[in-house]
Design a protein around this ligand. Sequence first.
Ligand code: 5GP
Length: 122
Amino acid sequence: MSAPYDDNNIFAKVLRGEIPCKKVYEDDHTLAFEDIHPQAPVHTLVIPKGKYVSLRDFAATGSDAELAAFVRAIGKVAALKELEGQGFRIIANTGVDGGQEVPHLHVHVFGGRRLGRMLAQN
Ligand code: 5GP
């Protein structure tokens, strides 16, 4: 399993309103907001409101309602950002090899241009 949840991680502070965010979508279980350093014309983060470090523990211990809301929120963001026609990419960096920097589960939603190959060649 993942490391214990750190209540001082950046996205926990966003959820508590201690750090501002540009909100894109919110429901009972999920928040979506703009990435502070966008890497594409659309770069939105989708996070569960619950305390999950990564997709590993969310998949293992999240409720069905939370999991459903999370997947639907990704779809809502794609629709709100008008990405459904041209397409988009989602990424959930997980753990050390995945390059996860913020230890609160998040999915990146990228779009607005051709995104190139699936992985950087390095
Ligand atoms: P990771 O590397 O963990 O998958 O991605 C973390 C993402 O969080 C990065 O793309 C980074 O730009 C974004 N980020 C880090 N700090 C903040 C912040 O304070 N606000 C917002 N909106 N995004 C942040």
